[in-house]
Design a protein around this ligand. Sequence first.
Ligand code: AMP
Length: 282
Amino acid sequence: MLTIKENEALSRIIHQHRNQNRCIGFVPTMGALHEGHLSLVRQARETCDVVVCSIFVNPTQFNDPGDLERYPRPLERDVALLENTDCAILYLPSLEAIYPAGTKPSEQDLIGPLDHLMEGAFRPGHFTGVRQVVRRLLELVAPDELFLGQKDYQQVAVIREMLRRSGSSIRLRMCPTAREQDGLAMSSRNALLTPEWRSVAPVMHQCLQQARSELGELTPRDIEERAMDTLRHAGLKPEYFSVSDGDTLEPVGDPGGHSRIVACTAAWAGKVRLIDNLMLRG
Ligand code: AMP
């Protein structure tokens, strides 16, 4: 695995692969890697010749400075984990390499309807930062395929919309959520949970599964209410539990008219904010 920090070196090597007609797959991450990230690398290698993985903790997508400060950064361990995969290039840019003109988002970042729902509502500016960094990384890596995790379902929808609006030919692949044995979605933030909160956190996945079994029996609003109650009962502080259209992410009224339905939730486990989702239909 080649570790690259400079943009020029990155574009040189990407150019070489392009000249050989190799398909380039890209897995952007913020590090503190776990099996979820590694599964993205594996899936990228299934359809692409060259896998590029980036580690960059993007400050512009953190709406809470404390969250940015606490975000784990075990770089040596990350490099060792990636060495054991088929990742060909690890791109480790500096803040200046990504934002040479400063971190202010550009005018071209138009806010869409997805920015006002769920994560967008509770983390103002988050998706502006996500689009900003992904747009820049795609410019630098110029991949054929982009691999994102279903764990961040709304993020995938936001990036899909961004690619569509810009007429990009990059293929977006959404990869399944990797989970711990007890159902908790793997997340870099899980490392910050105390043992007590770690034992409570799987309730989120249980509520999502419960919602799947209730669809068709209860109304979406009743499903949401019951789930919020269960989460609170377990001691978590839920921000939302939403039964949403799988494409628009708008709340579902009558499930009859929707071919894809997803339940998404965010909750605080002590000082750690966790998110998860599950397809209920489609
Ligand atoms: P992050 O480092 O949290 O920004 O995540 C980098 C990529 O890994 C994103 O596309 C995430 O959706 C994906 N990812 C994070 N956790 C998981 C997981 N448990 N399963 C699958 N993909 C994940």
